[in-house]
Design a protein around this ligand. Structure first.
Ligand code: GAL
Length: 422
C-alpha cells in the first residue's frame, strides 16, 4: 500500500471512530409492530396523529403502526377501554395520557408505566421541554411521559358575522358576555351559546370557575387554599346557571364537533371549547377571522388554562423497542411540527418552527409565554381521576336539577372525599 493511501485510510478510520463516538447510539427496533392507543379518531383529531404516524413510518419502515384509537371526545370512551385492558394485563405499547394528576395519580400510582429519564437524556429533551411541564409528568425524580403538545382550554370561539350583524363587540368580562347573550336572544338568535355532551359542560364550568375566581383563587381550589364553600364559588355557580340558560336544549346528544360546528354554520354565536376546535375548523376548510373568531373566555383574559397530551411507555409493553422509537418521534421537533399545526395545538417543545403555524396558534404560543398558567380539570391536569369523577357525578345531577346549592354541597363533599380538603 502506498504511504499516501495508508494515511488516507487511517484518517478515514479515525474520522469514523470520532463520529460514532459522538453520535448517540439509537437502537433500531426489531419488533415488527407497535400499538399506540389514543382517542383521536376523526373530526380534526385523527389528521394530526396521521401526520406524526407518517414521520414514524418514514423513519421505521419495518415497523407496522397499529393505531388502536377509540372514538369519543376527551377520551370518555377510550379511557374506559384502556382501564379494562390494563386490568386484564393487556396494555397497548404506548397510550395518550394527560400531563398532571391523570398521569401521576392513575398510571404512575398503579405502576403501569415506565420512567423515561433515559430517553430525556439521550434526546436532550430537558433543554427543550417547558419547565412548567416537567413537574407535572414527574414523581420522585422520574419522568413518565413525552408531551406532544400544549392545548388551551379557555377559548371562546365566535361567529364574526353574527356579532357584526348585531353590533356586538367581543366580550371580555362575564358581564359583557351576559349583555351580549341577552342582546342576541332578544334579536331572535335561538342558541346564543352552543353546548355539547356532559364533558363539554364540565369544560365550560372550569372556564367559568377561572373567569369568576381569577387564576390565583382558581388554582387554590386544587391545592386546598380556596374553599369550595366560599362565596366566590357560589358566584361562579350562579354565573354557570345563567350561561346554561342560553344554550341549546339538545346539548346531551351533541359531540364537541357538533356543538362547535353550530358556530361556524351560523346557528350559534359562541362556543367554549379547547383549541382542538381550530384543527377541526381548518379541516372543514374554514378561514380564521372570517368564518370563526376567538378570544379568551370572558373573565379569563391574561390566563392560559392548559392541558397537555403526552405518550407513555407501558410496563410490560409487548413491543418495547418499537414503543421507544414511537416516543422518540413524539418528542422530536419534526414530529411535533407535523402534528401540532394540524391538531390545533402548540408544540410542547419550545423550538417550534413558527412559520408552520396559523394565526390562532401563533397567538396561543405568545399567550403561553406571557399569561398566567392554570390547569384544566376536564383534561386531567388538576385533579386525579377519583376526584374528577365525583365532580362529574355532581355535575350530572346538577345539569338536570339546576340546583346550585346542592351542586356546591356536592363539590365540597368531593373535595373532602378525594381532594386536598380531606
Ligand atoms: C382532550 C385531548 C385533546 C382533544 C380533546 C377532544 O382531552 O387532550 O387532544 O382530543 O380531548 O377530544
Amino acid at each position: 500500500m502506498s504511504k499516501k493511501l495508508f494515511v488516507l485510510i487511517s484518517a478515514l478510520l479515525v474520522a469514523a471512530f470520532v463520529l460514532s463516538a459522538c453520535t448517540p447510539k439509537v437502537e433500531e427496533p426489531t419488533s415488527d409492530q407497535v400499538e399506540v392507543f389514543s382517542w383521536w379518531t376523526g373530526g380534526g383529531e385523527a389528521a394530526g396523529l396521521d401526520a406524526m404516524i407518517k414521520i414514524f413510518q418514514a423513519k421505521y419502515p419495518d415497523v407496522e403502526f397499529v393505531n388502536a384509537a377509540v372514538a369519543g371526545g376527551a377520551g370518555t370512551n377510550a379511557r374506559a377501554v384502556l382501564a379494562t385492558r390494563l386490568q386484564a394485563g393487556n396494555p397497548p405499547d404506548s397510550w395518550q395520557g394527560h400531563a398532571g394528576q391523570e398521569l401521576i395519580g392513575t398510571y404512575v400510582a398503579a405502576g403501569q408505566i415506565e420512567a423515561l429519564n433515559f430517553l430525556y437524556e439521550e434526546e436532550g429533551w430537558l433543554d427543550v421541554m417547558p419547565e412548567t411541564l416537567i413537574p407535572l409528568i414527574s414523581k420522585d425524580g422520574n419522568i413518565y411521559s413525552v408531551p406532544v403538545n400544549i392545548h388551551r382550554a379557555n377559548v371562546m370561539w365566535y361567529n364574526p358575522t353574527i356579532l357584526a350583524e348585531n353590533n356586538i363587540a367581543v366580550p371580555t368580562t362575564m358581564d359583557e358576555w351576559f349583555a351580549a347573550l341577552d342582546a342576541l336572544k332578544a334579536a331572535g338568535v335561538e342558541t346564543p351559546l352552543a353546548l355539547g355532551e356532559q364533558w363539554t359542560a364540565m369544560h365550560l364550568f372550569e372556564t367559568v370557575l377561572l373567569g369568576t375566581l381569577g387564576p390565583d383563587a382558581y388554582n387554590g381550589l386544587w391545592d386546598g387554599t380556596t374553599a369550595w364553600d366560599s362565596a366566590e364559588v357560589t358566584k361562579a355557580i350562579d354565573n354557570y346557571i345563567k350561561l346554561l340558560s342560553y344554550t341549546n336544549s339538545d346539548a346531551t346528544s351533541l359531540s364537541w364537533q357538533d356543538a362547535s360546528q353550530l358556530v361556524i354554520n351560523g346557528d350559534a354565536a359562541f362556543n367554549v371549547m379547547g383549541d382542538w376546535a381550530e384543527g377541526y375548523f381548518r379541516e372543514l376548510g374554514k378561514a380564521p377571522k372570517t368564518d370563526y373568531g376567538w378570544a379568551p373566555v370572558p373573565g379569563t383574559v391574561g390566563s392560559f388554562q392548559f392541558l397537555s397530551d403526552s405518550f407513555v411507555l407501558a410496563v410490560g409493553a409487548p413491543h418495547r423497542d418499537a414503543a421507544i422509537a414511537w416516543l422518540r418521534v413524539a418528542g422530536s421537533k419534526e414530529g411535533q411540527d407535523a402534528f401540532n399545526p394540524v391538531k390545533g395545538s402548540i408544540p410542547a417543545r419550545n423550538d417550534a418552527d413558527r412559520s408552520l403555524y396559523g394565526e390562532y396558534l401563533l397567538s396561543a404560543m405568545d399567550d403561553w409565554k406571557a399569561n398566567v398558567i392554570t390547569g384544566s380539570l376536564t383534561h386531567g391536569v388538576v385533579a386525579n381521576d377519583a376526584w374528577k369523577s365525583e365532580i362529574d357525578t355532581a355535575l350530572g345531577l346538577f345539569l338536570s336539577s339546576k340546583d346550585g346549592a346542592a351542586f356546591q354541597t356536592a363539590l365540597v363533599a368531593a373535595c373532602m372525599a378525594s381532594g386536598p380538603c380531606k
